[in-house]
Design a binder for this molecule. Sequence first.
Ligand code: SF4
Length: 369
Amino acid sequence: MKYVDEFRDGGLARGLAATIAAEAEPGRTYRLMEFCGGHTHAIARYGLEDLLPQAVRLIHGPGCPVCVLPVERIDAAIALARRPGITLCSYGDLLRVPGSGGTSLLKAKAAGADVRMVYSTLDAVAIAQREPERTVVFLAIGFETTTPASAVALEQAEAAGLGNFALICNHVLTPPAMRAILAGADGLAADLDGVIGPAHVSTVIGAEAYDFCAAEFATPLVVAGFEPLDLLQAVLMLVRQINRGEARIETQYRRAVTPGGNRKAQALVERWFEPRGAFAWRGLGSLPASGLKLRPAFARFDAEARFDLAPRPVADPPACECGAILRGRKRPEECRLFGTGCTPDHPVGACMVSAEGACAARWSYGRFR
Ligand code: SF4
């Protein structure tokens, strides 16, 4: 398959790994965070850590949209779904994320709530058009990658004159979270030598969005694609920058990412959304200007305003280490519930639910180092 097979060539992968090993300086450790959960999944799937020298340590970041949604926002969605006349729609992974007391949207559905899994935001708009007697609420999550899709749904709902469609906006922003991690605020992983920048997010916001990493934190960042050769090449680019004492923003994933990103998607998001004062992330805590909300002019589509949703902080399940894992402080296998009390069939924390979650990736591919 074009643009896939050539990036999975085993011989080239071994050659890149050998170059990384040869160029890694003796006695030095290279602590590199892959921010994106898609990268975490690819690293586990292709066994890339097994190829890398011990000197290179990959640290999982918080870039899994399902994982960073705090428990109280799941609880608020469940409470809304239980109200009469409400149809709550969201992506499949999110329906399985445990809320307080082990409940979930899927369990609420089993108990009679009208919860529906959709593959696209536009599926939710179509339900609102087909069933005007229902109020259809889309539970929106994700980084800059999925926000444009929510904006498109709102555009269509507006064009169709729908009064029975609304959205719970949980969209979050990558740069503020990355800034908090590099600043080492509240126990976040500051002692990083470099960052592997996200792929899909960067197609939207562009590589220039990370200029602050180099300018303010003297930390190099390389935007990488999702295939094994993409990631190995990005690691080599970072090792070379670190060896030279440089801190620059580079793009390995040049077949998809430009410096300025997707201006059309950015304009669409800008029309509908504005930054919140602060947004609570699972594991990272409350980060200023790190989340989006609907602009006041579109309050009629804002489920939080329409239904007076006010999520109250709730602690993660006892013994679950999702917070420390999302902060880059622990690895999944350091959680005592990993693979015993917590598995993909019976997840305790969000990191075991989504395919992009670090715990699910570790469990699925069984690779430890
Ligand atoms: Fe949480 Fe389960 Fe991961 Fe432990 S293994 S950190 S309980 S998701």
